[in-house]
Write a protein that binds this ligand. Structure first.
Ligand SMILES: [Zn+2]
Length: 295
């Protein structure tokens, strides 16, 4: 009997301290954060860079899934019901975005079309736009700026916090741009070969040219004729490196590399989180590898 009383007193005090502890953590963290739903990895990276400690980010498209042909199920959009902000790239990448926004029934939801205002390229022989704005330095700056404005609208009390985070993110991007602008203008061979044509805007930043195994929309593997053309182009341009993407025909890229005697290097499209790299780390790796392949 005596033992039992001691035991229950201990349980009560343990429970009490647990409660005290969890209510504390609610006050200092969760309740001060806003929930932001991002469509895919790159959008999520930008939100984290600007929102840092003030946001809980949920990503709709799971890692390892190609965003070009993703179709959300109802459960994928559940977080939109009580989110403050929804961030998507736009330019037709997330064809499901508008219907998701209207069907979710969240009147307070603020939606950010991150590519809005950035000069987009039309894809030749198609009425569609190239969506890969996040893969260029100037594009990332523009998308992060739109996201900053969205965060400030959703959470005005932390405006100066978001402004400061945008400034430091912009400065990091700008430093990369200033480092690589002279490097890329000094190389003679400005061509590189990748998995799908995701780097059109990066090419525009630095006057480079991309060739790719798959097209802008990552629409399936190349025909035998297209493959022959690529092999000839690689040989003509003296391509020493073929960049391989995890989610886009890695085997075809490896075959191409073998065929033209090039080595294989990894490139990050940021469409999915890879090797646990954040946006700046992945961009640094891309720029270094592309530049090294041209030296
Ligand atoms: Zn893509």
């Amino acid at each position: 009997m005596f033992k039992k009383i001691i035991l229950s007193t201990t349980i009560v005090s343990v429970l009490f301290s647990l409660c005290a502890c969890s209510s504390n953590s609610v006050n200092t963290t969760s309740s001060s954060k806003i929930t932001v739903v991002a469509s895919f990895n790159a959008m999520s990276e930008f939100v984290k860079a600007i929102g840092k400690d003030k946001v809980n980010v949920v990503t709709v498209i799971p890692n390892g899934t190609d965003p070009h042909d993703f179709e959300p199920k109802i459960k994928d959009l559940q977080d939109l019901t009580d989110a403050k902000l929804f961030v998507y790239n736009g330019l037709g990448l997330e064809k499901w975005a508008n219907s998701a926004i209207s069907s979710v029934g969240n009147k307070n939801l603020i939606a950010v079309d991150a590519s809005k205002g950035y000069p987009a390229n039309k894809v030749s022989n198609s009425g569609e736009y190239d969506p890969h704005i996040w893969l260029s330095i100037t594009g990332a700056e523009a998308e992060a700026k739109n996201i900053e404005a969205g965060l400030e609208k959703a959470d005005p009390s932390n405006k100066t916090y978001y402004e400061a985070n945008y400034t430091s993110f912009y400065n990091e991007l700008n430093a990369l741009y200033n480092e690589y602008k002279p490097k890329f203008s000094s190389v003679k061979n400005k061509n590189f070969v990748t998995g799908h044509a995701a780097f059109g805007y990066l090419c525009k930043d630095f006057n480079l040219t991309q060739d790719s195994v798959e097209d802008v929309f990552a629409d399936g593997e190349p025909s035998a004729q297209k493959m022959d053309e690529l092999i000839n182009t690689c040989k003509k341009e003296n391509i020493k490196t073929v960049f391989v993407e995890d989610m886009v025909s890695p085997k075809v890229s490896e075959t191409l590399a073998k065929e033209v005697g090039a080595s294989v290097k990894k490139i990050y499209t940021e469409e999915s989180k890879e090797d646990n790299l954040d946006y700046i780390q992945a961009m640094k790796a891309n720029l270094k590898e592309i530049y090294d392949s041209m030296k």
